[in-house]
Design a protein around this ligand. Structure first.
Ligand code: LLP
Length: 435
């Protein structure tokens, strides 16, 4: 981040064209702030470097990263589809008026009700995760009189360099059909024979927050061999290959996020070449970026509530949020960076550890942040929090969830209201004998 671009004459941090100190004052903290322009810039980069560069391709945004109604609308207006992974995400997309035919319905533990919901709402593809789901789906499709188009999720057996909790494509993963053994072949055979199911092809997603394209390319090569094998042995021609997401973003202030085409170009070239040598048609390709689209388009504003120095050891700045609005540091050891939003013109002479407010020693948002000296009441902006924060938030310690504000030129709109204490009690019932 170049500092000058983001600082106004008052020495305040600017985000999406807005004075963040003003936003904190107007909407309160903690506050998620998303920049519409930044989201659209990333969607447009997907268009110019992938959709316009290759024929017969499509891109869907992985809604699990961040999916309020407003996000569905932005994604739709940019011409991308949606990757959905639960009835709740599907419900949200439909409520936003998102065209169901442009959605992919994922998940390794879809319930019958969710499959029925997906069938009745006409999702574009159901991505079948395993044999049991295939059986359930066949039954449900027959009962509903539908013929869903499906993909099989495959674990190509590659290890990507990322945290093990967000690694998904290795052998032994809970996701998808393993390539070892015959289960995938059996499933292909069964789907081809079924009057109910229209098998279009395969899906893989090898993990998340990945910086180098080697594992993605390896997965493409393995999948091409697999597709060629099915053509040879079963006469099944793959029409579609969904290559998932996983493209990383840089959290360090001096680092750079890789361009998305550093992945997609390499994967597409490998796919075209391998298909040519294997003598199979290159299938339609779909990608599913989540984090890459929305992470850097978001920040979280907090207010420093208390300072505490333990001599010679550490200085804590405790803020009014923490693992409830951003569980990623405590869950994955994720590293974030923050700026003192009202002190951008001051020297970073202090080192503080930004502590979340939850009753957990592990609720630390950032260790050893270099910052101008902080005081109670200072607004703090944690950067790069657009993905997997709001969507993973909880009410631990009965903390209400922050509001989400969408900023665009001249506008700052609340797209998700801050929860109230009453919201916390919604749905709670006291049984008669406890009244
Ligand atoms: N497609 C599928 C089938 C996925 O499972 C995922 C993410 C994506 C696409 C999008 O991946 P992305 O482009 O965002 O890396 N909560 C974790 C990330 C979990 C990702 C799960 N699947 C985190 O905060 O790092």
């Amino acid at each position: 981040m170049s500092k000058r671009e983001h600082i106004n004459e008052k020495g305040h941090f600017l985000f999406g064209g807005w004075d963040t100190v003003e936003l904190a004052g107007r909407f309160g903290t903690p506050l998620y702030v998303l920049s519409e322009e930044k989201i659209r810039e990333r969607c447009r980069a997907v268009r110019s470097t992938f959709l316009n560069r290759w024929e017969n391709v499509f891109a869907v945004y992985a809604g699990k990263a961040f999916l309020p109604l407003a996000m569905c609308k932005i994604v739709q207006s940019e011409g991308l589809g949606l990757d959905l992974v639960s009835g709740g995400e599907l419900y949200t997309a439909l409520a936003a008026g998102f065209p169901p035919e442009n959605t992919f319905f994922h998940g390794n533990g879809k319930t019958k009700e969710e499959l029925r919901f997906a069938l009745s709402s006409g999702v574009g593809r159901i991505v079948v995760d395993g044999m049991s789901e295939l059986e359930t789906l066949e039954e449900e499709a027959a009962a509903a009189g539908k013929q869903p188009a499906i993909l099989f999720r495959v674990t190509p057996g590659v290890d990507a360099h990322t945290h093990k909790y967000i690694l998904t494509g290795h052998t032994g993963s809970k996701f998808g059909f393993p390539l070892a053994g015959d289960s995938l072949k059996e499933a292909v055979r069964r789907a081809c024979a079924s009057e109910r199911l229209r098998l279009k092809g395969f899906h893989f997603h090898i993990g998340s927050q990945i910086f180098e394209n080697t594992s993605h390319v390896m997965a493409v090569e393995i999948m091409t061999q697999t597709m060629a094998g099915f053509k040879r042995e079963l006469g099944f021609v793959t029409e579609e290959l969904n290559m998932g997401g996983g493209y990383g973003v840089e959290f360090a202030p001096d680092g750079e996020t890789p361009r998305i085409d550093s992945f997609t170009d390499a994967m597409m070239r490998a796919l075209e070449e391998k298909c040519r040598t294997a003598g199979i048609p290159r299938p339609r390709v779909i990608i599913e970026p989540g984090r890459w689209i929305v992470s850097e388009a978001g920040i979280t504003l907090y207010t420093v509530q208390a300072m505490k120095t333990i001599d010679g050891i550490v200085t804590y700045a405790s803020v009014d949020g923490g693992m409830t609005d951003n569980p990623r540091p405590s869950l994955y050891g994720a590293k974030y960076w923050a700026v003192a939003a009202g002190k951008m013109d001051q020297e970073a002479t202090a080192t503080v550890t930004v502590a979340g407010r939850c009753c957990e020693s592990g609720d630390i948002l950032i260790e050893n942040l270099k910052t101008p000296p902080l005081e109670r009441g200072d607004p703090l902006a944690v950067l790069n929090t657009g993905a997997y924060t709001f969507s993973m938030a909880s009410n631990y310690n009965r903390l209400p969830r922050p509001a989400v504000v969408l900023v665009s030129e001249g506008k700052a709109d609340v797209i998700v209201a801050r929860q109230s204490y009453e919201d916390l009690l919604r749905g709670e019932v006291l049984p008669d004998h406890l009244r």
